[in-house]
Design a binder for this molecule. Structure first.
Ligand code: ADP
Length: 301
C-alpha cells in the first residue's frame, strides 16, 4: 500500500488581461474551479497510475462543504481508500484564489482551512494506515510538525519515505534524516541547498549537499529537460518526453505519484523516473490540476 499525506485545495482560477492593482475591480475573462492541492494531486496520481490490487490511502482533512463533498466523491471513484479522508465540522476546505494575467504572471492567496487541522494528534488516529504502508509520500503544504511526525513514524515502521519539498522552503530541515528519497524541482532544490540549479551539473552539486544531510536518493525535476537522479544504483539525467505543453500545473505532482507507483512495483529508480517523466508529459498537455492527471493505460499507450 502507498500512503499519501497532504493538502487539498479548491483552486478558484480567474484569467485577466492584466492583474488587478490594489483598489481596482476587474472583470475576469474566464473562471474555473479546480480540485488541487499538492497532497490530493499526488494521491490521485498514485491511484490512477497503480494497477491491479495495489492500494492507495490518503490522509487529508477537508471541510464539510460542497467542494469537500465533491472532492471526496471524485477520489473514491479513483479508488482512493476512504479511511484517511476526514471532513471536519465548521471548517472550510482549503481554498486558493488564483489570478492569472495574460503574460503568465499570477497572484495567489491561500486559506489553509481544514488543512491546518491535520495536526500530529489527528495523524495518530490513522495509525492503521501506516501499519499497512510500504511507501509514504508527503509534501510541505501541511503543518511542519505533522510532516515531521509522519516521517519519523514511517521511518520507525520501516516504510520508505518520499518527501516532495514543495512549496519551496529555506527553513532548517533537520528531519531530512528521516527521508529516503527527496524530489525537489529546480526552485525547491535552490531553496534547500542555496545552490542555483539550471542544469545537470548544478543538480549534481545540490544532490551532494542533500546526500550530506542523510538523504540516500535525490531526484531533481528539471521541467522540460527531465529529471536528474543521484543514488547508489544510478546517477544521471533521464530526459523528458517531447510534447506540446499547454499547462504545467500538477506536472510535479504527477511525477511524484508515478515515481512512487513505479518503485512500489519494484522498478529500478531509473525506470521509475522514466515512467514518471512519461506520466507527467501527458499532464502538461492538458489543462487543469487533478483532471489533467492520466490513468495507467494512457501512460502505457
Ligand atoms: P514542478 O511542476 O514541480 O515545477 P517540473 O517543472 O520540474 O516540476 O516538472 C516535473 C516533471 O514534469 C519533469 O521532470 C518532466 O518529467 C515533466 N515536465 C514538465 N514540463 C514538461 C514539458 N514542457 N515537457 C515534457 N515534460 C515536462
Amino acid at each position: 500500500q502507498i500512503l499519501v499525506i497532504g493538502s487539498a485545495n479548491a483552486d478558484h482560477v480567474m484569467n485577466f488581461e492584466y492583474l488587478p492593482v490594489p483598489g481596482q475591480t476587474l472583470m475576469s475573462r474566464a473562471y474555473r474551479l479546480e480540485h488541487g492541492g499538492k497532497g490530493a494531486n499526488q494521491a490521485v496520481a498514485c491511484a490512477r497510475l497503480c494497477q491491479g490490487d495495489a492500494e492507495v490511502a490518503f490522509i487529508c482533512h477537508l471541510g464539510q462543504d460542497s467542494v469537500g463533498n465533491d472532492m471526496r466523491t471524485s477520489w473514491l471513484k479513483d479508488s482512493i481508500k476512504a479511511e484517511g479522508i476526514t471532513q471536519v465540522a465548521n471548517m472550510n476546505t482549503g481554498t486558493a484564489l488564483i489570478f492569472v494575467g495574460d503574460n503568465g504572471e499570477n497572484s495567489i492567496g491561500i486559506a489553509a482551512g481544514a488543512n491546518a487541522h491535520l495536526t500530529p494528534s489527528e495523524l495518530e488516529k490513522h495509525y492503521a494506515l501506516f501499519a499497512n504502508a510500504q511507501f509514504l509520500l508527503i509534501q510541505l503544504e501541511t503543518p511542519m510538525e505533522t510532516v515531521q511526525h509522519a516521517l519519523q513514524t514511517a521511518k520507525r515502521l520501516g516504510i520508505t519515505t518520499v518527501l516532495n519539498p514543495a512549496p519551496a522552503t529555506s527553513q532548517e530541515l533537520d528531519y531530512l534524516k528521516w527521508v529516503d528519497i527527496i524530489t525537489p524541482n529546480e526552485t525547491e532544490a535552490e531553496a534547500l541547498t542555496g545552490i542555483e540549479v539550471n542544469n545537470e551539473e548544478d543538480a549534481e552539486l545540490a544532490a551532494q549537499w542533500l546526500h550530506q544531510q542523510g538523504v540516500a536518493t535525490v531526484v531533481i525535476t528539471l521541467g522540460s529537460k527531465g529529471a536528474f537522479i543521484s543514488s547508489a544504483g544510478f546517477t544521471g539525467l533521464i530526459p523528458a518526453l517531447t510534447v506540446q505543453a499547454i499547462d504545467t500545473v500538477a506536472a510535479g505532482d504527477t511525477f511524484n505519484g508515478a515515481l512512487v507507483v513505479g518503485l512500489s512495483e519494484g522498478m529500478s529508480i531509473a525506470a521509475a523516473v522514466g515512467f514518471a517523466n512519461a506520466a507527467s508529459a501527458i499532464t502538461v498537455t492538458r489543462e487543469g490540476a487533478q483532471r489533467a492527471i492520466p490513468y495507467r493505460h494512457e501512460v502505457q499507450r
